[in-house]
Ligand binder design. Structure first.
Ligand code: COA
Length: 196
């Protein structure tokens, strides 16, 4: 599969299948399918961007850097969610910075609310973490969320991710409120946790 703009993802043989889902890199053709859920308040309220129109959404979605780190999640051939996989450097002291390049990934997830509550997001993110550790050889994955986003932090805890930071009123929500945020992480040698 040719993946222009997806250099990191070329290390993986796509599509990837789980028991119920298919994961693959997003393409421009996924614009409208993903807009169907990104346009919903229940989704937009928790994520970085909540565009009002498809055209506004298109600008962010088609950005080369953004597309290169986006996967879509399909259920029976329908796009029901998307995932972010952003490979990045770990912090390091200057003398060893070369050894810390591209060793970890920040992850993200969105599921169409019509399909919530069935474990689909958990199943997709479980596979995403496996890909990070087993196929990409990364040493750590991280993710963050608003403390009020219970569905997201429960998903992380279900998968064995560890809450490592709790930041009080550090993130400005578009509502105008400064909200608490939480950071989660998991190391390769902690995967898979016993119950996952
Ligand atoms: C975060 C988000 C992806 C979680 O979706 P979700 O449907 O709760 O997660 P899953 O699909 O894994 O389903 C898990 C829920 O189904 C239940 N469930 C049912 N069958 C299950 C199964 N086979 N495996 C796991 N959980 C199952 C779980 O108990 C859980 O419910 P609970 O959280 O009330 O305990 C979704 O709420 C979303 O897209 N939110 C908007 C965007 C967002 O917040 N993104 C993250 C920003 S940090």
């Amino acid at each position: 599969m040719v993946l222009p703009g997806h250099p990191v993802l070329e290390a993986i043989s796509w599509p990837v299948r789980t028991d119920r889902l298919t994961l693959r890199p997003a393409t421009r053709d996924d614009l409208e399918a993903t807009w169907r859920f990104h346009r919903l308040d229940a989704v937009g309220r928790w994520i970085t961007r909540a565009p009002d129109t498809l055209e506004e959404y298109r600008v962010g979605f088609e950005d080369v850097g953004s597309l290169a780190k986006t996967l879509v999640v399909e259920l029976d051939g329908e796009v029901v969610g998307d995932l972010m996989l952003r490979v990045e450097d770990a912090w390091a002291q200057a003398e060893v910075a070369d050894q810390a390049r591209n060793v970890q990934a920040e992850l993200g997830w969105v599921l169409h609310p019509d399909h919530a509550g069935n474990g689909y997001a958990t199943e997709a993110v479980r596979e995403l973490i496996r890909l990070c550790f087993e196929d990409l050889g990364l040493r750590r994955v991280t993710a963050s969320c608003f403390a009020d986003n219970g569905a997201s932090w429960r998903l992380m805890e279900r998968l064995g991710m560890r809450r490592e930071t709790y930041n009080v009123r550090e993130s400005l929500h578009r509502s105008g409120d400064w909200l608490d945020g939480m950071g989660y992480a998991l190391l390769a040698d902690e995967w898979p946790p016993a119950q996952v």
